[in-house]
Design a protein around this ligand. Structure first.
Ligand SMILES: NC(=O)c1ccc[n+]([C@@H]2O[C@H](COP(=O)([O-])OP(=O)(O)OC[C@H]3O[C@@H](n4cnc5c(N)ncnc54)[C@H](O)[C@@H]3O)[C@@H](O)[C@H]2O)c1
Length: 308
């Protein structure tokens, strides 16, 4: 049944017991990848751990004739993230791709956010992506190949309400991927970023979806299966993407997007430098260029189709 697009590749996907990671794991295994299905099985609001989600994905993959192993170590600390990579090496003897997908939410308005809520999200998303990628990179360098995928979010790219911790961590993915691209391309190592949109436990739990018109959002979300970003993950770790690095993609239902990187829009030079007064005088030159802050349809003006 495998069509071979990922034949022989060993791919670690963090947080692949549920949602987008789960879809990616199943898609990759069906194309010949050996998958490390990593998931601590976190609760929605706590870290009450559960091995079932990862094990179920592995059972499904094996039943379909694929190859996978469950791993329950957390990405959130250096040591446990290294165990995830060790699991790939011990089980399959190599590692070809790392998808930094594990995630949690702790939503709160900025003025109410606690240090613990800030830290928890940073720990899983930003530290977790660093820990897991850092654990894999010595092997990638040795073999002079490897692919990283980082998961960002429009919550970071456009901004979001009630998600200052998450949005900050998600923009961190872009900084990290930019640097890995510049540092590691010479070793044949690629890094790309994906902003997904999918109906998962995470999105079903957000304040926006719980309180922003439940029926309309249920329909909107139902049209966004996790298989769509899952397919993009699989493409990005495959050799079909061997010339693609340092990019930011979006995958939402039937829509695929390529985002730009921030680059200067206009350039002003003043001999002798600038003072606040000379800036006040000159900066009308930027009028009309300022980014209008918006979310949702204010940025991506078309809606995915809804399913009745
Ligand atoms: N669903 C969307 O529309 C959407 C939008 C933007 C970004 N994302 C990002 O995509 C990724 C996947 O999200 P999802 O919607 O599938 O969420 P999900 O909640 O369905 O799955 C995330 C998984 O990560 C696991 N996890 C949490 N902490 C972990 C840890 N420390 N170590 C290992 N695993 C851990 C959880 O147990 C869970 O199974 C996340 O990074 C998320 O921020 C999702």
């Amino acid at each position: 049944m495998a069509d071979g697009m990922l034949e022989g590749k060993v791919i670690v996907i963090s947080g692949s017991g549920r949602g987008i990671g789960r879809a990616g794991a199943i898609i990759m295994a069906a194309r010949g990848a050996k998958v490390i299905v990593n998931d601590v099985g976190a609760g929605l609001h706590d870290q009450n751990l559960d091995q079932l989600p990862a094990q179920e994905v592995v059972d499904l993959i094996r039943k379909a004739g694929g190859t996978a192993i469950a791993n329950y170590d957390s990405v959130a600390t250096w040591d446990s993230a290294h165990k995830i990579v060790q699991c790939a090496m011990d089980t399959y003897g190599r590692i070809d791709g790392v998808v930094n997908n594990a995630g949690i939410l702790r939503e709160r308005m900025f003025y109410n956010m606690s240090e613990a809520e800030w830290d928890d999200v940073m720990q899983v998303h930003l530290y977790g992506s660093f820990n897991l990628s850092r654990a894999a990179v010595p092997q990638f360098r040795k073999q002079e190949s490897g692919a990283f995928v980082f998961m960002t979010s429009t919550a970071g790219l456009f901004g979001s309400i009630g998600q200052c911790n998450y949005s900050s961590a998600k923009m961190g993915m872009i900084g990290l991927s930019n640097v890995l691209t510049l540092e590691l391309k010479r070793y044949g190592i690629r890094s790309n970023v994906l902003a997904p949109g999918a109906s998962t436990r995470m999105t079903q739990s957000t304040a926006a979806n719980l309180h922003g018109g439940e029926e309309a959002n249920r329909k909107r979300l139902a049209a966004l299966p996790p298989e769509s970003p899952g397919a993009m993950m699989a493409f990005l770790v495959s050799d079909a993407a061997k010339d693609i690095y340092g990019q930011i993609f979006g995958a939402r239902g039937s829509d695929m997007m390529l985002f730009n990187h921030p680059r200067p829009l206009r350039y002003l030079h003043r001999d002798g430098g600038w003072s606040p007064e000379s800036l006040a005088e000159a900066l009308p030159a930027f009028d009309g260029l300022y980014t209008k802050m918006a979310r949702g349809k204010g940025v991506i003006p078309w809606d995915p189709p809804t399913i009745e």
